[in-house]
Design a protein around this ligand. Structure first.
Ligand code: PLP
Length: 391
């Protein structure tokens, strides 16, 4: 019987074993074999089929991490998925797998700050050059390609400013010049956007966010196509990055409700967006306004939108913006997002970092909201009362 992915998510354990509803958590360093011949047999199976779940040591994973890899490979429609202890670990693994001294990387300007720090600052010492491109002007990408360009690193939408890019154009440019491509797809997850199908070589998701969905575990996934598989496998092997089985279990458990939660985050966020769109001093950074460029680019590639949005607030009174954020009662103030709960942050340079193409006027302020799974009426009422403080 064929079933949809929504059904598959609910039956992930059933597909893999037939005892408890949930897969067992298998913790292991040493794996015991019956004989030396038995060890060699497993090693030979691993060499013939490195994605087949043949392990001779715990660093390669256990059946618990293997189950998660199988689920995510199906979700991503990729060749394989590598697991890392954090989302940022997956970004590091992606870049480390492909880029060597003398190479150049072109990175989306609104990439999340740790990605900018890794590429622009840290890799400089390894003689790797980073150039940032403007997400709304791909000529800044084209004109910076040289014979040394190895990788185009996209984050979509951009962190904090939520710029949606013309993804297939980027892939087209990369293919023409035989450059690898990677995308940070944490905002939409492959539930709403499938980058490998679109033509990206690598797709990164922080499992800390929507995959686990409960703000109680960290993890990352790096999905790859066949073209880059061997390179990532080697880098994965020499870096020793490993997701523990207990964390993998929590992420597998969270994934079962990924569709239900994301559909609800989307519903709630749309209601909040509709409410906020009435305020003339607030520009919504969310694919909501049908005639906007961001909406068009979102619509072209995504089947849905998640719960994370930005507000660009126009106010000559910065203190009143802080007062607005501080007056939210349902929202917690803290980093990360993608859990069940609503969160708010007033974004300063500390969060955004230095950008090449972002122009904020003195009277423009960025606030980030993660719209959680609470009753949307309560969320809107809370924002409404807090907005009274905005001048
Ligand atoms: C949070 C985040 C990451 C990193 O994930 P961690 O699990 O916190 O390391 C990467 N990319 C984006 C866009 C994120 O928001």
């Amino acid at each position: 019987m064929t079933s949809t992915f929504k059904t598959f998510l609910k039956h992930t354990a059933k597909d893999f074993h037939n005892q408890s509803v949930n897969p067992p958590v298998v913790r292991a360093s040493t794996i015991i074999f019956k004989s030396m011949q038995d060890i060699r047999k497993t090693q030979s199976k691993f060499r013939k089929n490195p994605i087949g779940g043949h392990f001779d040591y715990g660093r390669q994973g256990t059946s618990t991490t293997y189950i998660l890899q199988k689920i995510l490979t199906k979700l991503e429609e990729s060749y394989h998925v590598f697991l890392t202890p954090t989302g940022f670990g997956a970004i590091f693994l992606a870049i480390f797998s492909l880029v060597r001294p003398g190479d150049e990387i072109i990175v989306a300007d609104p990439s999340y700050k740790p990605t900018r720090r890794l590429t622009q600052d840290f890799l400089k010492d390894f003689n790797i050059k980073t150039i940032f491109y403007n997400p709304s002007d791909l000529n800044t990408l084209r004109k910076n390609i040289s014979k040394n360009t190895k990788l185009i690193f996209v984050e979509n939408p951009g962190s904090n400013t939520f710029d949606f890019q013309d993804l297939s154009k980027i892939i087209q440019i990369a293919k023409k010049h035989k450059i690898y491509t990677a995308i940070d797809n944490t905002w939409g997850t492959p539930y709403f956007l499938k980058p490998i199908k679109l033509g990206f070589d690598m797709s990164i998701v922080s499992a800390t966010k929507y995959y686990s969905g409960h703000s109680d575990v960290m993890g990352g996934s790096l999905a790859v196509n066949k073209r880059v598989f061997r390179k990532v496998q080697l880098a994965d092997n020499v870096t020793g990055l490993r997701l523990g089985p207990d964390d993998a279990y929590l992420i597998t458990r969270g994934l079962r409700t990924l569709d239900v939660r994301l559909d609800k985050h989307q519903d709630n966020a749309k209601k909040v967006a509709a409410f906020l769109s009435k305020y003339k001093n607030i520009k919504l950074l969310y694919p909501y306004k049908k005639n906007s460029q961001n909406f068009k680019m979102w619509k072209k590639y995504y089947s849905g939108s998640s719960g994370l949005m930005g507000l660009k607030i126009k106010s000559k009174n910065k203190k009143s913006v802080t007062k607005f954020v501080n007056s939210l009662k349902l929202f917690g103030y803290g980093y990360s997002w993608g859990g069940f709960e609503s969160l708010a942050l007033h974004q300063s340079n500390l969060e955004i970092g230095k950008r090449n193409y972002l122009k904020l006027e003195k009277d423009e302020h960025l606030v980030r909201l993660h719209i959680g799974l609470e009753d949307p009426k309560d969320i809107i009422n809370d924002i409404k009362q807090a907005l009274k403080h905005l001048k």
